[in-house]
Design a protein around this ligand. Structure first.
Ligand code: SF4
Length: 118
């Protein structure tokens, strides 16, 4: 059974080559691209922390297709590390899809992915 993982890493040679390429392009060619991104998949949360705006907002959640498309778009922009967050991402569902499917999609694309949770 697939399980959501707090952090998965594929620290292989491709990752180090990408990092080196990223550094050279950024430092010497002034090509600026994002390396890491956070994806807020839902405003739903089981807590109501005083400082936080999300539980006060409209309860918006992305669809699974939106999550897939957003991850793909981030990858195309150069992102290689992604954090899935909310709200509370473990509350996110879209029909039969849940956080495990979001993480699985992220793991197909990125060198490293993580989930922030309360
Ligand atoms: S999203 Fe985080 S900070 Fe906001 S209410 Fe939930 S647990 Fe608290």
């Amino acid at each position: 059974m697939r399980r959501p993982q707090g952090l998965t890493q594929k620290m292989n040679s491709a990752w180090y080559v990408y990092l080196l390429s990223y550094y050279v392009k950024s430092r010497f060619l002034n090509i600026k691209r994002p390396l890491m991104a956070g994806v807020k998949i839902t405003h739903l949360c089981n807590l109501k922390c005083r400082h936080c705006p999300f539980w006060k907002k409209e309860k918006v959640s992305l669809s699974f297709l939106q999550v897939k498309n957003l991850l793909r778009r981030l990858y195309d922009l150069g992102v290689r590390l992604v954090i899935i967050e909310g709200g509370e991402p473990f509350l996110w569902k879209d029909n039969v899809y849940d956080i495990r499917d979001g993480v699985s999609e992220a793991n197909k694309l990125f060198f490293s992915s993580g989930v922030t949770s309360n």
